[in-house]
Design a binder for this molecule. Structure first.
Ligand SMILES: Cc1cc2nc3c(=O)[nH]c(=O)nc-3n(C[C@H](O)[C@H](O)[C@H](O)COP(=O)(O)OP(=O)(O)OC[C@H]3O[C@@H](n4cnc5c(N)ncnc54)[C@H](O)[C@@H]3O)c2cc1C
Length: 226
């Protein structure tokens, strides 16, 4: 049997399904962890309404960053988008909507080097990558939207992963290790959505059950799902 250790106890199981999903990629800069929940957020849909009438910064330049910016304009007084390149990576329609929105200001070729504030966010420090010039931008909210990383650190060295940490499986969600299955966003795949995660969860559960039945000599011959 395999053992899963949690903070409180250990679980022994013949099969394990990993469905640990992803986490937002962090900037890894000063102030980010300290001010999390005090102005720093990774989800505009969740926290946007808390910033009504305020000046907000969004960091990123892909589809999700631009979607976040556009949704935040419903609440914020002004939204500044900080992007490390000179143009957006987002799809054209999103770019056009963002560029035409008067509430959105763009800061190109720049990276955020620090999030400022004591009890809550009161600004950011940005550095222009071309000119090396640094400046501070006052704001009360910082939304970080620079991608996601798989939450699979705890499995490193136990199952095969790609270089980003996503877990490859076969078509029945089996990982490189017998009895260990992976499904949902932590799996190596093209589309990370609820509908794909649910289907894979069902498949992983079915395959894991079959695996345990086979171990116990309880499986019916053949490959039927009925
Ligand atoms: C902002 C945002 C908006 C989205 N909008 C849509 C949308 O409109 N439509 C759509 O289809 N999809 C959307 N998605 C994608 C969708 O949320 C995911 O595809 C789906 O939630 C994946 O499900 P999952 O179970 O694989 O992972 P998750 O839903 O991420 O669940 C993983 C769970 O595992 C837990 N976990 C992680 N590590 C550990 C550990 N070591 N021990 C114990 N527990 C752990 C986490 O806390 C979490 O509860 C969105 C995602 C984001 C971030």
């Amino acid at each position: 049997k395999r053992v899963v250790k949690t903070k409180d106890r250990e679980y022994k199981a013949s099969a394990i399904i990993v469905a640990s999903g992803t986490q937002p990629r962090k900037l890894g800069i000063l102030g980010e962890d300290r001010l999390l929940g005090k102005g720093v957020s990774y989800c505009a849909t969740c926290d946007g309404p808390l910033f009504k009438g305020q000046d907000i910064v969004v960091v990123g330049g892909g589809d999700s960053a631009v979607e976040e910016v556009l949704s935040l304009t419903k609440f914020a007084k002004k939204v500044t988008l900080i992007h490390r390149r000179e143009r957006l990576r987002a799809t054209r329609i999103l770019q056009e909507r963002a560029l035409a929105n008067e509430k959105i200001e763009f800061v190109w070729d720049s990276v955020v080097t620090e999030i400022l504030g004591k009890e809550g966010v009161d600004g950011i420090r940005v550095k222009n990558k071309k000119t090396e010039e640094e400046k501070e931008i006052p704001c009360t909210g910082v939304f970080v939207s620079i991608g996601i990383v798989p939450a699979t650190k705890f499995l490193r060295g136990l199952v095969d992963m790609d270089k980003e940490g996503y877990i490859p499986t076969d078509e029945n969600m089996k990982t490189s290790v017998d009895g260990v299955y992976a499904c949902g966003d932590c799996r190596k795949k093209l589309l990370r959505q609820i509908i794909t995660a649910c289907g894979e969860g069902a498949l992983a559960a079915f395959a894991a059950t079959k695996y345990v039945e086979e171990l116990k000599g309880m499986a019916y011959p053949g490959n039927s799902d009925r």
